[in-house]
Design a binder for this molecule. Structure first.
Ligand SMILES: Cc1ncc(COP(=O)(O)O)c(C=O)c1O
Length: 742
């Protein structure tokens, strides 16, 4: 191959003009066009007609060019929807080079389009399909050649992989390893165009009118044509899989793919990119002066690095759905099914609900081929689909899953590890299946220990979905469908430093006096439903003192805030210089596996052990404990608490900068990776800007960033992403938000 490139003709424009006169009797101005192996000139005659003079590589066999000529002719005859060049004279040998003259094809080079719309990409997919259909059944002895750009022969490129640095090598090796698994016998064979890169594609508006240059045409697996087109089309795209999807769907609509072809398509497209960067590495060494060869190298690396972060199986799933090979249903059918068969008390996120099939780290991936930065999912604490958590749970599920009446080391290890994260008095754990179960049990513990009934809660709090917890949740009992505050519940004002209207622990002291026989004070260590409120310093410490003086116990609801999210501490209550009597946990604890926990003091646990057993069928089962252990391991091994501290502080600083430029941002607050942005119409009156906040959330979704609103006034954007959230994610979030606000 290097030989072919080095044998590229090197004529000047003047020599090309001379050639046109001598060989074709044509007087014309010549202008060089880009090419890798050959040399092409645009000829402009005096009458304004345009032609292309193609001077083939000296190493090119006549038979190969004859084959290409025949293929072009076939396309021109059978592919009426597209324009193709026609031979404007015979193929002639001149000075050891074979020269051809073609008519010029009108159109704009797609590479020069400022943007590739979905319509344009679909048109490209359709054009490749038209070509493949027109070439079906066409054969020529020269098409059987071994071409280095043919994905079938990616092993030729692989020989140069050793030239790549370690990190990049890993990406390439994975691409080639998948390529090795391709079952070529399952793929239809045929002659393909083989080079639908956007420099070869001509457009008219959003419509593709031609794909030029059959120099890489070869007989191989037909689906390689689409794979090559996709590999190029994905370069530089914000959502490469969505771009590919548009092409695949259109191709399939014109010239149906087989199921096997669809299943191999992604592997082949990635292999083509791998092949391309391997040759670039080789050329950088052997032909450093040939710029054309490295044209796609930098964007190809950017793309390959991004693709390597996509969840395995996601692009294939997207393509299968686009071609109707998936058993999965479309969004509309799922919405209809939910409407018909799911209790209606559950709303969907976003005006156009998202159909998500895959998650990876801090990103979610949709059936439409789009990736989203997930800034709200605090359940996928160590990252969506973390392999260590998935593996731990799956391995245990294959071995055993039972209730906790048998001995199992996972349970023993887990409760030891979990209690070790807490201050000494908190040493006895109960394992349950959700945050609600945890708070429900906490209430029972408090009542059993104190022999009392009354409970103090914070206004706008939410503690869970059971009967008893709806009673403890002003967010629910004062909200739509709520039945108001029950007599045994006492509500203190939200200690919200931005909106004020509270007196701090004094409110709790007075509530305790009002309550008389107070059993418990329930409080989140930072308030989520109240609108991502960071408690005033020492609020919990002093409130806990007041409750204890009144004979009650203090419950810290860490369902949203625990496990390192605070950054500076593992538990958010620690930032308050407070030690609760009971801590409840949920959401992040199992990274999505339904697990919850209550940890309390030995004394309280003793009071609860009054003869009535606490049995929980699923709570603490070996699978849950395996997941929980893996979560603790990952938080430690990946330094996620430290990341929450550093990235959280960075993000808070960047968001606070925005408040200087956008008056609608009344307050930006946070601790670690638990942040809130409060929207107001007027900074003086603090009139809430709920509609604006939710419009911003919708606009951010369109830009690929997932957020949501919270707070009693629905005007706070909450940010509580998986703890693997990075600085560059923070930059992306701030950049997009700034544009949306502008
Ligand atoms: C602070 C708080 N406590 C408890 C719960 C209840 O947890 P679950 O939904 O797992 O029952 C939630 C759920 O949103 C919560 O936010």
């Amino acid at each position: 191959m290097a030989l072919a490139v080095t044998n590229a003709p090197r004529f000047t424009a003047a020599e090309a003009m001379q050639m046109a006169v001598e060989l074709y009797g044509m007087r014309a101005e010549a202008e060089p066009l880009p090419s890798e192996r050959d040399q092409n000139f645009l000829l402009r005659t005096e009458s304004g007609d345009r032609f292309v003079l193609k001077i083939a590589n000296a190493g090119e066999r006549r038979e190969v060019l004859e084959y290409q000529n025949a293929a072009i002719q076939r396309l021109a005859e059978r592919c009426g929807d597209l324009r193709f060049p026609r031979m404007a004279g015979p193929m002639v040998s001149s000075g050891g080079y074979l020269v051809r003259l073609f008519t010029w094809v009108e159109g704009t080079c797609m590479a020069r389009a400022p943007r590739h719309s979905e319509e344009m990409l679909a048109s490209l997919g359709r054009a490749v399909a038209l070509i493949d259909r027109a070439l079906a059944g066409f054969s020529h002895p020269a098409a059987q050649r071994t071409l280095h750009w043919d994905i079938r022969h990616a092993d030729l490129a692989r020989e140069h992989a050793h030239l790549l640095p370690e990190g990049r090598r890993r990406i390439i090796d994975a691409g080639f390893a998948a390529w090795e698994q391709v079952d070529w016998s399952a793929l239809r064979r045929g002659v393909i165009h083989g080079d639908a890169n956007d420099y070869n594609v001509l457009i008219d508006g959003d419509r593709v009118v031609s794909i030029l240059d059959l120099g890489d045409s070869v007989e191989t697996a037909v689906v390689c044509d689409l794979a090559i087109a996709i590999a190029y089309a994905m370069l530089g795209k914000p959502d490469p899989v969505a771009a590919a999807r548009a092409m695949v769907e259109a191709y399939h609509g014109e010239y149906p793919l087989t199921e096997a072809e669809v299943d191999h398509l992604w592997t082949l497209a990635v292999a083509r990119l791998c092949l391309s960067v391997c040759y670039s590495a080789h050329h950088a060494l052997t032909l450093p002066e040939n710029d054309y060869l490295g044209v796609t190298d930098a964007p190809a690396w950017t793309l390959l690095e991004r693709l390597s972060e996509f969840p395995e199986g996601w692009p294939r799933d997207v393509f299968r759905r686009a071609c109707g090979f998936s058993r999965g249903r479309g969004a509309a059918a799922i919405v209809a099914s939910r409407r018909d068969h799911l209790g209606a008390s559950l709303s969907l996120s976003y005006r156009q609900p998202l159909h998500i099939t895959h998650g990876w780290r801090q990103r979610l991936f949709s059936t439409a081929g789009r990736g989203y930065l997930d800034c709200v999912n605090n359940v996928a604490h160590v990252g969506h689909s973390h392999p260590r958590v998935a593996e731990a749970a799956a391995t245990q599920m294959r071995a055993l899953n039972t209730n906790t009446r048998y001995l199992h080391e996972h349970l023993a290890e887990y409760i030891e590890r979990l209690t070790a994260t807490l201050p000494a008095p908190l040493s006895v754990a109960y394992l349950v299946c959700s945050g609600s179960e945890a708070n429900e049990l906490a209430l029972r513990l408090a009542r059993a220990h104190t022999g009392r009934d009354q409970v103090i809660v914070v206004d706008t709090a939410y503690h869970g979905n059971t009967n008893a917890l709806v009673d403890l949740s002003p967010y629910k009992f004062n909200g739509p469908g709520g039945r108001g505050k029950p007599a045994h519940v006492h509500v203190v004002p939200t200690p919200d430093p931005y909106r004020g209207g509270f007196r701090g622990p004094q409110d709790v002291r007075e509530a305790a006096q009002r309550a008389g026989a107070v059993a418990a004070f329930f409080c989140e260590s930072a308030l989520s439903c109240a609108g991502q409120v960071i408690l005033p310093p020492g609020y919990l410490r002093d409130a806990f003192d007041a409750v204890r003086e009144a004979g009650g116990v203090c419950v810290a609801d860490e369902v949203q805030t625990g496990f390192g999210r605070a950054g500076s501490h593992f538990w958010m209550f620690e930032t308050q210089d407070a030690v609760p009597d009971i801590v409840t946990m949920g959401k992040p604890i199992g990274n999505g596996h339904p697990l919850g926990a209550v940890v309390t003091t030995r004394e309280i646990a003793q009071s609860f052990a009054n003869g009535m057993e606490y049995f929980n069928t699923f709570g603490g089962n070996p699978v849950s404990c395996a997941a929980g252990l893996a979560v603790l391991d990952v938080i430690r091994d990946e330094g996620l608490q430290e990341n929450a501290r550093d990235t959280g502080a960075y993000l808070l600083g960047r968001l606070q900068e925005l408040t200087g430029r956008h008056a609608i941002l009344g307050d930006v607050r946070g601790r670690g990776l638990f942040l809130g942005i409060e929207f107001v119409r007027d900074r003086g009156t603090r009139e809430p800007a709920a509609a604006e906040a939710s419009a911003a959330v919708e606009a951010m979704k369109e830009r690929g960033v997932l957020l949501s609103t919270d707070g009693p006034l629905h005007n706070v954007i909450k940010i509580k992403p998986p703890l693997v959230f990075s600085r560059s994610d923070a930059d992306l979030l701030v950049r997009e938000l700034e544009e949306v606000l502008a």
